[in-house]
Design a protein around this ligand. Structure first.
Ligand SMILES: Cc1cc2nc3c(=O)[nH]c(=O)nc-3n(C[C@H](O)[C@H](O)[C@H](O)COP(=O)(O)O)c2cc1C
Length: 304
C-alpha cells in the first residue's frame, strides 16, 4: 500500500510552499507516496506587499498568539497519514498567525495525534523563539514532532535586516548591492536531500523518531549569538504588543511606529545581550545547555 504524507502550509509569497514542494519532491516522484498538499487559508487574506501600516498591524496578534480564524483545512478526517509536515514561517519571533490558528483549530488534534510531525521553517533568520512556541502549541494538541528543518534568508544578517523587510513591505525582492531577499533558490533545491532521506525512512517502515539526527544530512544550524537577544526581545515585544492591543483604534498605528523605532534604536543592545549569553554559558552551563538542546532537538545540527 502507498504511504501517505500530509503537508499543511500557509505561504504568502510562495516561498514556504516552494520549500515544502522541494522537500516532498522525491516522495511524489517515487510514485510510492501519496502527498496531500493542504493550504491554510486565512478567512481575511493578509496583503502582499504589506505596506508599513498593515505590516505593523499584525504585530500584536502575532506576539500574543491571538490569530484571526482560518478556513477549515480541506482534509479528510478519516484518512490516516504516515507523516504530517507542518510548514511554518516566523512573524515577530512567533509562529505566523495562520499556523497558530490551525494549531488551535478542532482539526489540529484529530490530524496530529498519533501522526509523526515534521516542522519545516523558512524565515529571515530569527526562528528560535518561534520554534519553542510552535513545539508548545503542537504538544498542547497531543502532536509529536520528530524532525525540524530550517532554511534562512540568503546573505549576511546585516543585509537581510534591510532586504527582508523591504521585500515584505514594498514587494521588492532584488537587493541592489545586497543578495536578493528571501531564501536562495539553491537552498530550496537543496531540500531534495532531506526529501530523499524521508523517502528511505518511509520505505523502511513507520517513522518513530528523527530521520535526520546522525544521518549526515544537515537540516538546521543553531546560532548561539541569537539565544539571549531573541529571549530578551520576545519579553519586551510582549509588553509592546499588550500596550498596542489595548489601545484605541486611532492610537494603534502611532504606537506600532513607536515600537518599530524602539526596535531600530535598541538594535545595538543585541551585542552586549549576546555577550552576556556567553557569560551565562560559563556561570550556568546546565541552564545554557538545556536552552541550546531545546533548539537543536530533535533533528540535531551544528551550534555556532
Ligand atoms: C509580519 C512579518 C513578520 C516577520 N517577522 C520575522 C521574524 O521575526 N523573524 C524572521 O526570521 N522572519 C520574519 N519574517 C519573515 C517570514 O518568516 C518569511 O520569511 C516571509 O514572510 C516569507 O514567507 P512566505 O512563504 O509566507 O512568503 C516576518 C514576515 C512577516 C510578514
Amino acid at each position: 500500500m502507498k504511504k501517505r504524507v500530509l503537508v499543511l502550509c500557509y505561504s504568502q509569497t510562495g516561498q514556504l510552499k516552494a520549500c515544502a514542494q522541494s522537500l516532498t519532491g522525491p516522495l511524489r516522484e517515487s510514485g510510492e507516496v501519496e502527498v496531500d498538499f493542504v493550504e491554510l487559508v486565512p478567512e481575511k487574506p493578509y496583503p502582499f506587499p504589506w505596506g508599513m501600516k498593515a505590516f505593523l498591524s499584525v504585530f500584536p496578534q502575532s506576539v500574543l498568539g491571538e490569530p484571526p480564524p482560518i478556513q477549515p483545512p480541506a482534509v479528510d478526517p478519516a484518512k490516516k497519514y504516515d507523516l504530517a509536515i507542518l510548514a511554518y514561517q516566523v512573524w515577530y519571533l512567533s509562529p505566523a498567525p495562520p499556523v497558530v490558528a490551525f494549531l488551535r483549530s478542532p482539526q489540529a488534534e484529530a490530524l496530529l495525534q498519533g501522526t509523526p510531525l515534521l516542522a519545516l521553517c523558512a524565515c529571515r533568520n530569527m526562528w528560535q523563539r518561534g520554534w519553542v512556541e510552535l513545539k508548545r502549541l503542537v504538544a498542547e494538541v497531543g502532536g509529536r514532532i520528530v524532525d525540524h528543518v530550517v532554511l534562512i534568508d540568503q546573505g549576511p544578517d546585516w543585509s537581510t535586516f534591510y532586504t527582508t523587510p523591504r521585500w515584505l513591505i514594498a514587494g521588492k525582492k532584488e537587493g541592489g548591492p545586497f543578495p536578493p531577499a528571501g531564501v536562495s533558490p539553491q537552498a530550496i533545491a537543496g531540500l531534495r536531500a532531506p526529501g530523499e532521506r524521508l523517502l528511505e525512512a518511509l520505505r523502511r517502515g513507520p517513522i518513530e523518531g528523527s530521520v535526520f539526527a546522525g544521518s549526515g544530512v544537515e537540516v538546521l544550524e543553531v546560532r548561539r549569538r541569537y539565544l539571549l537577544p531573541e529571549m530578551a526581545a520576545k519579553r519586551v515585544f510582549r509588553l509592546w504588543a499588550k500596550l498596542i492591543h489595548g489601545a484605541g483604534p486611532s492610537l494603534k498605528y502611532p504606537l506600532g511606529l513607536a515600537w518599530f523605532f524602539w526596535l531600530l534604536f535598541s538594535l545595538p543592545l543585541a551585542v552586549p545581550i549576546a555577550l552576556s549569553g556567553e557569560l551565562l554559558r560559563l556561570l550556568n552551563p546546565s541552564w545554557y545547555r538545556e536552552r541550546i538542546e531545546e533548539l537543536v532537538q530533535p533533528s540535531g545540527g551544528p551550534v555556532r
